[in-house]
Design a protein around this ligand. Structure first.
Ligand code: SAM
Length: 274
């Protein structure tokens, strides 16, 4: 399944899980918006915008004199982003379907850019970064949020490893392009930003644990919206899928505590100046 089909299929589920995602990424999203230098009146490009949860926060920050263009490769997920913006009363949000490696936007058109949990899916992240830098005004900033490496992200290790095993596929190099934790290798994202021409590049690590009632709540989120995991299991029979989910659940139960289910998650936020 190609990446566009994967996220077209997961679009409704990712949108349904907006409340979980919003709680999970609250602090890191605020940090991303701050690091990108977004202020009242800014014209912002939000790439791999998905159902637009962070787009709404950016729209609030830029206010009526600013604007946000939410761009994504999946037309299906952008219909949710636009509907969410309209329902929240933001007239300053528009959408644009494009592959982030080929944005089809004018040079130097934006005051800032953001990408929340999208850059790691690119087959060629350097090409994507060059494209983002091209559409930014010189001196403006781009901030990307990606997953940290596999050692810092046991949930992703469990989900990917178990899905691959049940799909009958061999383990994958976690740092191969396109993988969930592929940009989590220390220093890699900084090097890519610098090679794409960004200046003043810096990375901040942030913990963003899931705080839910139970393993089932986390699995409900994954089963609804986690495009890459769903794509791996898509070809299995109902019984095979049930076995895969049960295997994941047994491993994820290790994170149940007396205070609920607390799943560790580590993020990297990298900023650079165009
Ligand atoms: C994990 S979702 C994140 C969505 C949103 N930024 C959020 O944090 O809620 C990843 C998004 O990246 C998009 N995506 C993946 N590859 C892309 C590409 N090459 N160009 C543009 N968008 C892409 C997917 O369609 C999906 O909407």
């Amino acid at each position: 399944m190609d990446i566009q089909a994967q996220w077209d299929a997961a679009a409704a589920g990712w949108n349904r899980q907006s409340a979980v995602i919003r709680d999970w990424l609250r602090a890191s999203t605020d940090a991303m918006i701050g690091m990108a230098g977004i202020r009242a009146g800014s014209v912002v490009l939000d790439v791999a915008a998905g159902a637009g949860d962070q787009t709404l926060d950016i729209a609030a920050r830029v206010g009526p004199n600013g604007a946000v263009l939410a761009s994504d490769i999946s037309a299906a997920i952008l219909t949710h982003a636009l509907a969410n913006a309209q329902a929240a009363g933001f007239a300053n949000v528009a959408t644009h379907q494009a592959d982030l490696e080929d944005l089809a936007l004018d040079d130097a058109a934006f005051d800032a850019a953001t990408c929340r949990l999208g850059l790691m899916f690119l087959p060629d992240p350097l090409a994507g970064l060059r494209e983002i830098r091209r559409v930014l005004k010189p001196g403006s900033r781009f901030c990307a949020m990606v997953f940290d490496g596999p050692q810092a992200n046991p949930l992703l290790r469990i989900l990917m490893g178990t899905a691959l095993k049940h799909a009958g596929l061999p383990p994958r190099d976690p740092f191969a392009p396109g993988g969930l934790v592929s940009l989590g290798k220390p220093g890699l994202l900084d090097d890519l930003f610098t090679n794409a021409g960004f200046h003043a590049v810096a990375t901040t690590q942030m913990d963003a644990p899931f705080r839910l009632r139970s393993t089932q709540d986390y699995l409900a989120f994954v089963r609804d919206g986690a495009g890459p995991i769903l794509a791996l299991l898509a070809g299995l029979s109902a019984d095979q899928k049930a076995a895969a989910w049960a295997d994941m659940e047994a491993q994820l139960d290790a994170f149940q505590t007396d205070d609920g289910w607390i799943g560790p998650n580590s993020l990297l936020l990298t900023v650079g100046q165009a």
